[in-house]
Design a protein around this ligand. Structure first.
Ligand code: HSE
Length: 296
């Protein structure tokens, strides 16, 4: 039996909501998966993917079979990777979710969605990409003792999410290694109040406070040094009227929230005018559904 998995990209943190907030975007990886005798992994779009048993999707499915005590003989996997890798758009979470969802269907669905979410967050280490990838929408997620407590809410449909994607990569481990392990009460309150303001603003459509809501003291200031021209691109986006701009996940991509249907076109022109040729602009809506599995 072959399963087709469709998993959305995700943008985590949304400024102040470090390791807690994330949004699913209408940009998708697709994976076709079936049981096989051996490891057969192909890329549908020519994008290089690991073709051995270390492939994340393969390894995740094998792990799930082990958990169920079911013999695992191998898989045939076909991947279409539209989510750019190592750019802060949840590409590794999308692979994890594809593996867990695909494995669960191949096994006859022994795990609930909540159990898959817990497992995904345990494997990823934080819930703010895997939760929107699995649930869709704007997700607030808390992880406690290996369990995820998450709520997904829809985003006001007028919002557009413009993503500035640079040509360089930034591994999440590197972007996490520079963060302080302790923060002051002042900074904690600064962030938690803004994270709450962000979810309320995106849900309600009240744009007035979005710029304040996206400010952050826990991760962005430490990560900008890894994003050459990042602060320039942020200024450019604000000058074009973005409601707010923040680092997408651990970076290096930047997320701008707007309503302007010409924003991406204008930003593209400005990037060219400023010679910022290693940045691309793409625009998405919020994906309200999350990962999908179809038997084909
Ligand atoms: N919350 C995580 C971080 C997201 O900022 O490190 C990583 O994609």
């Amino acid at each position: 039996m072959m399963w087709k998995l469709t998993v959305p990209a995700s943008s985590a943190n949304l400024g102040a909501g470090f390791d807690a907030l994330g949004i699913a975007l209408t940009l998708y990886n697709r994976v076709w998966i079936e049981e096989a005798d051996g490891c057969f992994i192909e890329s549908k779009d020519g994008i290089a993917v690991p073709t051995g048993p270390d492939n994340m999707i393969y390894d995740t499915v094998r792990h799930l079979y082990e958990q169920c005590g079911r013999p695992f003989s191998g898989l045939h996997i076909l991947q279409e990777n539209n989510i750019p890798m190592t750019r802060g758009l949840g590409s590794s979470s999308a692979c994890l979710v594809a593996g867990l969802l695909g494995g669960n269907h191949l096994l006859g669905e022994p795990f609930s969605k909540k159990e898959l979410l817990d497992r995904a967050a345990q494997l990823e280490g934080h819930p703010d990409n895997v939760a929107p990838a699995l649930l869709g929408g704007l997700v607030t997620a808390v992880m406690e003792d290996g369990e995820v407590h998450a709520v997904s809410v829809p985003v006001n449909p007028k919002f557009r999410f413009a993503v500035f994607v640079p040509s360089f990569e930034l591994p999440t481990e590197k972007a996490r290694a520079v963060l302080p392990t302790q923060v002051s009460r002042l900074d904690a309150v600064y962030n938690l109040s803004r994270a709450a303001l962000m979810t309320a603003s995106l849900f309600s459509g009240d744009v007035e406070n979005l710029r304040i809501a996206a400010q952050d003291r826990l991760h962005q200031p430490y990560r900008f040094p890894f994003i050459p021209n990042g602060e320039r691109v942020i200024r450019l986006a604000y000058d074009l009227g973005a409601y707010c701009v923040c680092i997408s996940g651990a970076g290096p991509s930047l997320l701008a929230i707007t309503e302007d249907e010409r924003f991406a076109e204008k930003a593209k022109q400005q990037l060219a005018d400023y010679g910022l040729n290693d940045w691309q602009i793409r625009e998405y809506a919020c994906d309200p559904w999350g990962a999908k599995a179809e038997c084909i």
